[in-house]
Write a protein that binds this ligand. Sequence first.
Ligand SMILES: [Fe+2]
Length: 132
Amino acid sequence: MPWTPECKSGFDEIDSQHRLLFAISNELLDIENPAKQQDEIKYLLHHLVDYVEKHFRTEEEYFVKYSYPGIKEHKVRHAEISNQIREAVTLSKSMTQLKEQLDTMLDKWIRIHVLIEDKKFSAWAVSKGIIK
Ligand SMILES: [Fe+2]
């Protein structure tokens, strides 16, 4: 899950948080033997869940600050992602199963969200002259 320039939102605080989310996600994706690396997975997931929530709060503060009209829809997407991560953690019957779910879903939860949903906010902010 590479960080590319097209992932940039134009807001420094959001971008540095996104980079850290990519880094934690990549650490999880790099795990090769989930059965033997259970502690590592638990540790990383704990950080991912925590940091995703902190990050969503930050983004939502920006939406409020600038009266972003897409706030309602974007907050729904955030809630869905948080729920899906929690669901994967609670419903998985083994670390191997959880790891399989993460492998297919992290890209969608994090990268696609950054590239599509967060970009809508960036484009709007550019159109309003909030960022360049
Ligand atoms: Fe977002």
